[in-house]
Design a protein around this ligand. Sequence first.
Ligand code: SF4
Length: 94
Amino acid sequence: MSEHWGDKAACRSIYPETFFPPGRVDSVNRQKQVQVAVAVCTPCKVRRECADDAIRRNAAHGVVAGVDLGDNSSSHSLTPECERALRAVADGVA
Ligand code: SF4
């Protein structure tokens, strides 16, 4: 049986809430939690696959592949800016 990329995710043993910081994007506390999530994602071995998956899923919130997609009050779909950021990760240029 082939291994799924998610099996190698650095976030597997971390509370999912870590990647969905509460508060609005301009909240200092939220920004601190975003930094924690980004610190987990940055060395993740499957960051590129994760970014590609987020684009396919049209992910709209939280921190995915080290990219802050926004809070729950923002768009319900992936913004063009976030899609560009995720594409750069997926392509290995960010
Ligand atoms: S890049 Fe971040 S969100 Fe994606 S699998 Fe790795 S640790 Fe999890």
